[in-house]
Write a protein that binds this ligand. Sequence first.
Ligand code: LR7
Ligand code: MN
Length: 570
Amino acid sequence: MRRIRANAIAILTVAWILGTFYYLWQDNKPHATPSSVSQPRAAGGRSHGQRVSAGRLEIHRDDRTIPLISCLSHRTEHPGQVIGHFDEKAYLSRKQLKPGEDPYREHAFNLQESDRLGSERAIRDTRHYRCASITFDADLPPTSVIITFHNEARSTLLRTVKSVLLRSPPPLIQEIILVDDFSADPQDCQLLTEIPKVRCLRNGRREGLIRSRVRGANAASASILTFLDSHCEVNTDWLQPMIQRVKEDHTRVVSPIIDVISLDNFAYLAASADLRGGFDWSLHFKWEQIPIEQKMARTDPTQPIRTPVIAGGIFVMDKKWFNHLGQYDTHMDIWGGENFELSFRVWMCGGSLEILPCSRVGHVFRKRHPYDFPEGNALTYIKNTRRAAEVWMDDYKQYYYAARPSAQGKSFGSISDRLALRRKLNCNSFRWYLENVYPELKIPEQEAVSSVLKQGGLCFESHGTDSVGLGECKGSGSNRPQSQKWTLVEPLIRQQDLCLAITGFITGSKVKLEPCNQKEPRQKWRPKGPALQHMVSGLCLDSQSPAGPPAITQCRPQLASQSWEPQLAT
Ligand code: LR7
Ligand code: MN
């Protein structure tokens, strides 16, 4: 008898231990299998979003202590009340994958898995445990959710819509505006209007996501706009933190941490909470670690993270502020670049951008665009980013061109209305943005941009070891003589190891070359329109006359003798 009881206890203990292991294993499964989304895409392709850096998938276990799902925690009513009598089966069954068909072909993700999954599933609450105890104002204003799409799969689109309705406090959702960007089947959108609060606007021709979002925003009736991609799944309490921050200060533009939905098996994977949006000079978006000083200063993991740029697709913004700041640049086409334009504009014109760690939204990251670009993928990206650079980057746009030489000479349309907007809003300079928002973006090394400084038909050149003057331009491309090649890396105007320096601080003082020294005040210059201004004296480089020795005089950039036209020398 005793033996039997001892055996029973032993069996129960083993079962308990195994059960615990199984539970932990289940909970950790997504961590162990970061799928191919982390892989950088092969060269030559698209330039945003898809190069999900490995860091994006690093999962910090400390970040989550709520182990499992509370998928419908905020729902007080039955799903039927939020979803209505929508015939989901009929909607999905009309678009089924045919036997033998490649499940990745049409949408660049595994359609079979998405279809199989169903539209309501439990996902892990990926927030830091402290997020769950944060409280929000009882009178948060409602939002209009805007989702634009072009030929989205029905199962992912429906899951996006349903997750919004099921995981948001119902009073906060004024409406969901679907903007169908001329998809092949108008019913993809139309049928969804049977779901309460869902509206559908269909473009009469393909407009791209930028103009589509503006159309959705113009139709929105709530005072707060929420933008989402068409293949997302919002997570527990995703909306309240964002609306709270915008309610407190309408100039904030906020986004969630964007979790990863695997394009292969649709597993919902927690993204790192230590990342912010950044970019390189070619205007390629990337996730990057929060700078160490900021990380150290973060005592509370629920605090917002300031970000130089947003990924672009998922954010909340006050509607009046969106309109006041000029919505979007509607001359941008199809996809790409609008997130830089919006981010620069928000920061430079008086607002701020932040990522809220207590808000989580999953997104299916893909490795290629599943749709066509009427003007071609590369040309469209260049046109859009060129517009952003030309309007917002001032003289720093030279680094964009140096990093993306193929952009030179490509057409980008007129930007006069956007320049007028920038003047009207009295925005800060790009230099201000670099100094105050993104000091980590380093100005490229001098080799990167070697230019000739042209004035009229002549070129600025060095004579002997220390004197300078104007001379006939010689050679072209790599045949340019060294004496006519300059690198303008603020604050230095450099030729190999020598730098342009003033010899006195008063008007008429001559300039000469001397060994470079970053800290030497006499060597500090900055562009001022077409002129080059000495930073300390405030005077400008003046050739005086082609024959005269160059000196510094009062800045009058309209003077031909103060106008220096940098042109790439290589
Ligand atoms: O012609 C089009 N019309 C559209 O309505 C082309 C696309 N779209 C829709 C499309 O259906 C989708 O809903 O626009 C949305 C974005 O297109 P995706 O999902 O093909 O591209 P993406 O996920 O790479 O998009 C990221 O970069 C874009 C740059 O223009 C936008 O800013 C997207 O909103 C942005 N997505 C996100 O930020 C989600 C997180 C991904 C990252 C990083
Ligand atoms: Mn997307």
